[in-house]
Design a protein around this ligand. Structure first.
Ligand code: SAM
Length: 286
């Protein structure tokens, strides 16, 4: 197995393939030998699953997933990396590379086609320019995904894993919490990447829930309310919701009071249960 964490080996492979890093595709490759085995182990656990990887790069994490999972489907957007991956993953017969933009793939159909009926986990060192869209793409897909073990920028990790009802929480923390249980696993310093990015990273694990933690009459409205409530962080939830939903502020305040809350409450103070109750009251009134 090629030692793909060794910067000399990476340079030799990339020079031979005349590859230049693309900043716009978030190409910062891992050069720390300890990270990928730990991520793959967390993702695959007892090995009874297959894995989807987003953005294999030159295959450093793909190798570790291939050693542990039944099958690995690695989705890479950059065509220039395909011959590199053919070379670095040649010894594995349980890896398939798909040249595609992950955000353009329909996840349930992909899982049906590639893994008919098997449990699937997601594991990736995510391209940072699309961290939240990729995570939401999987969370909302209502597919057979068991968990997502992903590396993201440290600040994004804090936001994604923030407890709903705490100062750090945002609309994305509520969305993550609705679909999954979030856990921050470990930090990764910026020196672990080549080229080196400006900020540190962290690995998080989102374990999908079987049922949402709260019951809501209208799921779509819930996410509209949450987005609106958190859109103006310095203002009250009432202001954010009335402008976000284009609703009369007095009606929004009445719904907030009806759900037993202070009309001046800010979104980051609200728990999942309170947001759910508020959405139900808004649905009945507006
Ligand atoms: N897994 C490698 C590692 O850990 O060294 C590379 C990770 S690098 C941060 C992100 C990878 O995602 C790059 O290989 C990049 O080309 C790929 N990528 C960027 N946007 C993508 C997209 N929309 N769909 C699939 N892959 C993408």
């Amino acid at each position: 197995m090629k030692e793909l964490w060794d910067i000399k080996i990476i340079r030799e492979i990339l020079e031979r393939h005349r590859f230049n890093f693309s900043k716009s595709l978030g190409q910062n490759f891992l050069v720390n030998r300890n990270i990928c085995p730990a991520m793959a182990q967390e993702a695959v656990e007892n090995g009874e699953v297959s894995a989807i990887e987003i953005g294999p790069g030159i295959g450093i994490l793909t190798q570790e997933l291939a050693l542990r999972a039944k099958k690995v489907l690695a989705v890479e957007i950059d065509t220039r990396l395909l011959p590199v991956l053919d070379e670095t993953l040649a010894q594995f017969d349980n890896v398939e590379i798909l040249n595609a933009d992950i955000l353009k793939l329909d996840i349930p159909s992909l899982i049906e086609e590639k893994f008919s009926g098997e449990d699937v986990v997601v594991c990736a060192n995510l391209p940072y320019y699309i961290t939240s869209p990729v995570i939401m793409h999987f969370l909302e897909s209502k597919s057979r995904i068991k968990s997502l073990t992903v590396m993201v920028q440290k600040e994004a990790a804090d936001r994604l894993c923030a407890e709903v009802g705490s100062r750090e929480a945002g609309a994305v923390s509520v969305a993550v919490n609705y679909y999954a249980e979030a856990q921050k696993l470990f930090n990764v310093s910026k020196g672990s990447f080549y080229p080196q990015p400006k900020v540190d990273s962290a690995v998080i694990k989102l374990t999908m829930r079987r049922e949402p933690p709260v019951e809501i009459k209208d799921e779509k409205l819930f996410f509209r309310v949450v987005k609106a409530a958190f859109s103006q962080r310095r203002k009250t939830a009432a202001n954010g919701i009335s402008s976000g939903l284009g609703a009369d502020k007095s009606e929004v305040v009445a719904a907030i009071e009806e759900s037993g809350l202070d009309p001046n409450v800010r979104a980051e103070k609200l728990t999942m249960e309170q947001l759910a109750r508020l959405t139900d009251c808004i649905k009945d009134r507006i």
